[in-house]
Design a binder for this molecule. Structure first.
Ligand code: NAD
Length: 434
């Protein structure tokens, strides 16, 4: 792929395609998505008037999709300068990157970048000395800690950081425990207005879009779903809704019980894998489907990972086992033939299948996630003096979480009850009883 090589540096971008047709498509897709993002639209208006991010540089490592483009529009409306790279090699929509570059975002992203290029793009976002980092998977913030430790000093540029996904949050919890985290970190993923909607609804629908795009019927199939957390329970529900028989594997007894009481068969991967026509993973763990499982795979099995990194379904093990017998049969679908003669269909080389084979989470759901991200950036900018000296993970303020929920409800024409003073006293007191 021809990359349009612009000058690296503060006022540059690096994208795959600068043609007018690509630019036009990018603009149209971003505008269409915005129509389905009322919370973000409201924030664009508000930020445009109030300019809460004036003078703030934001570095972001996110899936470069049309929804992310609209987050960039809010942040830009607020006055921020934005440096954006893709958080996964296969998740960038190139037409979006082109449109963003034209809108003045410093975007360093294209589909299919190599590991080396991925870190070059990360570096391009860090060099300009950002004040806020918005990450999806922790790579940008972890690299900043390693390569630019001075950014986190008392007079360094970083005020605070935000994280979009579960895997990133886990990495920051580990960093914090080890004393390696040097800034205030807001796990936006953990706000209920994010993970109860984006993770469950987005991933649930995303896997369906990916599989339906392959023209494969769910009904009558056996689907093994690894995990029964936010994403995986959403995938299990949607697969069952389309007529599949779903088997869940878990390592957490409570989540396993929840799956069992929801009517799913629950078992160990080793014991159930041979039954699977499709296997979906979203655990945040590694080696969920690995070398030792290959002999047990059913002929024709579809393997799709939706967890953040490509270590859940171990593509390397599968490629080694099928060496010389690997064929791309459609974009992001490889047919692997093992020495036994059995075939497996691996999606997106074990990377996020919902972003590679479909378009990622629908705009309606990203409206809430990115409403939260934008409001958190505003919060950080407003509280820069106090946050600069804080270290550790801090909850997204409930007031911001609720603001996004109320804005979304209002956009759907829904109003809800609120407590009367008497009800408030009753619910928050202890005097009234039997
Ligand atoms: N594809 C996407 O667009 C998308 C969106 C959101 C999150 N994610 C990613 O999906 C992954 C899961 O996120 P989540 O929010 O659902 O997390 P979660 O913590 O809610 O759920 C993960 C579940 O997997 C279980 N698990 C862990 N190891 C396991 C193993 N070896 N076998 C079976 N189950 C195991 C855990 O017990 C937990 O219940 C993360 O990597 C996250 O970053 C992807």
């Amino acid at each position: 792929m021809a990359i349009c090589s612009k000058k690296w540096g503060n006022d540059s971008y690096l994208i795959a395609d600068e043609s007018d047709a690509t630019l036009q498509k990018g603009k149209e897709e971003i505008d269409l998505a915005l129509k389905k993002m009322p919370v973000v639209r409201q924030l664009i208006d508000q930020f445009g008037k109030e300019k809460p991010l004036q003078g703030i540089k934001i570095a972001a490592c996110l899936h470069v999709t049309k929804e992310t483009a609209n987050l960039c529009r809010v942040l830009q409306a607020g006055g921020a300068e934005i440096y954006l790279c893709g958080s996964n090699p296969l998740s960038t929509q190139d037409f979006v990157a082109t449109a963003l570059a034209e809108e003045g975002v410093h975007v360093f992203a294209w589909t299919g970048n190599t590991d080396e290029e991925f870190y070059e793009c990360i570096d391009a976002c860090l060099k300009p000395q950002p004040n806020i980092i918005i990450d999806d998977g922790a790579d940008l913030i972890v690299t900043a800690h390693k390569n630019y430790p001075e950014y986190f000093d008392e007079n360094g540029c970083i005020i605070a950081c935000q994280e979009e996904t579960t895997t990133g949050v886990h990495r920051f919890e580990a960093m914090d425990k080890a004393g390696a985290l040097k800034c205030a970190l807001y796990p936006v993923n953990d706000a209920s207005c994010k993970n109860q909607f984006d993770n469950e609804l987005g991933t649930g629908q995303g896997i369906v879009a990916a599989i339906i795009g392959m023209h494969v019927l769910f009904a009558g199939k056996t689907v093994v779903v690894a995990g029964y957390g936010h994403c995986s329970s959403g995938m299990a529900l949607r697969a069952r809704g389309l007529g599949a028989r779903v088997i869940v594997t878990e390592v957490d007894p409570i989540q396993a019980l929840k799956a069992a009481f929801s009517g799913y068969e629950v078992g160990k991967m080793h014991d159930v894998i041979h039954k699977a026509d499709m296997i979906f993973t979203a655990t945040g763990c590694k080696n969920v489907v690995a070398k030792e499982h290959i002999p047990k795979l059913k002929d024709g099995v579809i393997l799709a990972n939706l967890g953040h990194f490509d270590v859940e379904i171990v593509a390397k093990d599968l490629y080694e086992a099928a060496e010389g017998h690997i064929k791309t049969i459609r974009p992001n679908v490889e047919e692997l033939v093992f020495p036994s003669g059995k075939r497996a269909y691996l999606l997106a080389a074990g990377r996020l299948a919902n972003l590679a084979l479909a378009e990622g989470h629908p705009s309606e759901v990203m409206d809430m996630s990115f409403g939260l991200q934008a409001m958190m950036a505003e919060y950080i900018a407003k509280n820069r003096d106090t946050l600069k000296n804080r270290v550790g993970l801090f909850k997204v303020p409930e007031e911001i979480n609720e603001k996004v929920a109320y804005a979304k409800l209002a956009s759907m024409g829904i109003t809800i009850d609120s407590w009367t003073e008497e009800q408030y006293k009753y619910c928050t007191g202890y005097e009234e009883g039997t």
